[in-house]
Ligand binder design. Structure first.
Ligand SMILES: CCCCCCCC/C=C\C/C=C/C(=O)SCCNC(=O)CCNC(=O)[C@H](O)C(C)(C)COP(=O)(O)OP(=O)(O)OC[C@H]1O[C@@H](n2cnc3c(N)ncnc32)[C@H](O)[C@@H]1OP(=O)(O)O
Length: 289
């Protein structure tokens, strides 16, 4: 891949207890919806989702996320932090427009890219952390739970709300959720399509920490990644793999079947109708604001 390396100085003087550092921006020429930077001092990469207004995950954004993750691993970064450029939305989840009245080839590529992105993030060799600085419904929660650590800002929401849209959270969405939330809480919440407030999410273990600012969230993620500094990276990666291999193999072996189930479900007229009504509701709400 053709990676452009630019060196960009970032003054951290406004952040207490932090020495001056630099970040390298590594970005592919086509990067449109993401910013990817590596802190030269810590070796930690930050992937910032930047697809206004709500970072909904379309095919292009998913592809860029995959490229960033690959860059972080190829460049032997110490870890990866995922965050958002928005002040109120981490990501609104999958772009509903990819699934509403979709084109055949595009929707297949979209779902396949989502599967790949999830497997690469969930199975990543390097430590991963989510600085959740806004709402994280459905696909947003999927990204957060694929990471090893989550810190969230107050008064936002996170969860798997698919049933409220008339769709179903696939098994692999649920499996990562089950890593962090007790089974009974998960079953009740996901069948109800519940979105947890930050405080509720912290209470059930869906997020590990709550802080007030994005800077504090990034610092917490750095702290988590830094906690592995005395651990052999190879031993760490293999140990992580032991915890995650089952879900990864399950999806890898069922990729085509998973795609067909997805297509079968979203192409049902009743599901298309429900999605249309949901989208209309979002648009009406957006116009009122
Ligand atoms: C038996 C097994 C079967 C398995 C089958 C598998 C099938 C499963 C298929 C898919 C799984 C789906 C996963 C998903 O992620 S679906 C997406 C779920 N996301 C949501 O429900 C969130 C919807 N959005 C919101 O609630 C809000 O936008 C917000 C809280 C995130 C942010 O609020 P606010 O800042 O007030 O923004 P607006 O609501 O005003 O929105 C601005 C603008 O953006 C549009 N929009 C919002 N979300 C989405 C989205 N997910 N996709 C596309 N577009 C979105 C919204 O419509 C507004 O548009 P505008 O009016 O044109 O400006």
């Amino acid at each position: 891949m053709n990676i452009i390396r630019t060196v960009r100085s970032v003054a951290f003087s406004s952040i207490p207890n932090r020495t001056l550092s630099t970040t390298r921006s590594l970005s592919t020429p086509s990067a449109q919806y993401t910013a990817f930077e590596v802190n030269d001092k810590t070796g930690i990469a930050t992937l910032t989702l930047n697809r206004p207004p709500v970072n909904s995950l379309n095919l292009e954004l998913l592809t860029e996320m995959r490229n960033c993750l690959k860059d972080a691993e190829t460049n032997k970064c110490k870890g990866l932090i995922i965050t958002s450029s928005s002040n109120s939305v981490f990501t609104a989840g999958l772009d509903l427009l990819e699934m509403y009245q979709p084109q055949d080839e595009r929707v297949k590529s979209f779902w396949t890219a989502l599967q790949s992105m999830w497997m690469e993030l969930y199975g990543s060799k390097i430590p991963t952390a989510a600085a959740i600085n806004g709402h994280a419904p459905a696909g947003g929660c999927l990204i957060a739970t694929a990471c090893e650590y989550r810190v969230m800002l107050p008064n936002f929401t996170i969860g798997l709300n698919e049933t409220l849209i008339g769709i179903v959270a696939p098994k692999w969405f649920v499996s990562a959720f089950l890593n962090v939330v007790p089974r009974r809480v998960a079953e009740q919440a996901i069948t109800q399509g519940k979105l947890f407030t930050t405080a509720e999410a912290h209470n059930v273990g869906l997020v590990d920490d709550v802080v007030n600012t994005k800077e504090e969230a990034i610092a917490k993620c750095e702290q988590f990644i830094g906690s592995f500094k005395n651990v052999n990276p190879y031993a760490r990666a293999l140990t992580k793999q032991q915890f995650r291999i089952k879900e990864l193999q399950e999806l890898e072996q069922q990729r085509e079947k998973d795609l067909q189930i997805f297509l079968g479900l979203i192409m049902q007229p009743s599901v298309q109708k429900a999605m249309g009504i949901y989208l209309e509701g979002l648009k009406k709400k957006s116009k009122k604001q």
